[in-house]
Ligand binder design. Structure first.
Ligand SMILES: [Zn+2]
Length: 111
């Protein structure tokens, strides 16, 4: 019984150490993935907001979209990509230089 207890204790110690390393590694991976996914989601949401407001403004003021106008609009509204991507507007869609529609497979721009 005493021998068994010592063995268990020893095994537990070893297992805990390995487990700790695995847990730390998993947490690190999840954290990285999560922030990446979260940033993409925020970026996606921001782009949809910009697209909506920009189009409303264009229609409201009877303006044609230009690169200059869009950049001016971005500055005024201060909506940015959380990963520092640059937004551009083309064919009625706001695109990000970092996140580019990889998540939305149902919509294929430029086709
Ligand atoms: Zn982005």
């Amino acid at each position: 019984m005493k021998e068994w207890c010592i063995k268990m204790k020893f095994n537990n110690k070893g297992f805990t150490l390995i487990e700790l390393i695995i847990v730390i590694t998993i947490i690190a991976i999840i954290q990285f993935d999560f922030t990446d996914i979260a940033k993409e989601k925020v970026c996606d949401y921001n782009r949809k907001q910009i697209q909506r407001y920009y189009e409303v403004m264009l229609i409201g003021k009877s303006l044609e979209s230009t690169e200059e106008l869009f950049n001016e609009f971005l500055e005024l509204n201060d909506i940015k990509c959380p990963s520092g991507g640059v937004f551009t507007y083309s064919n009625g869609e706001v695109n990000c230089s970092v996140h580019n529609k990889e998540t939305d497979n149902e919509e294929v721009p430029f086709l």
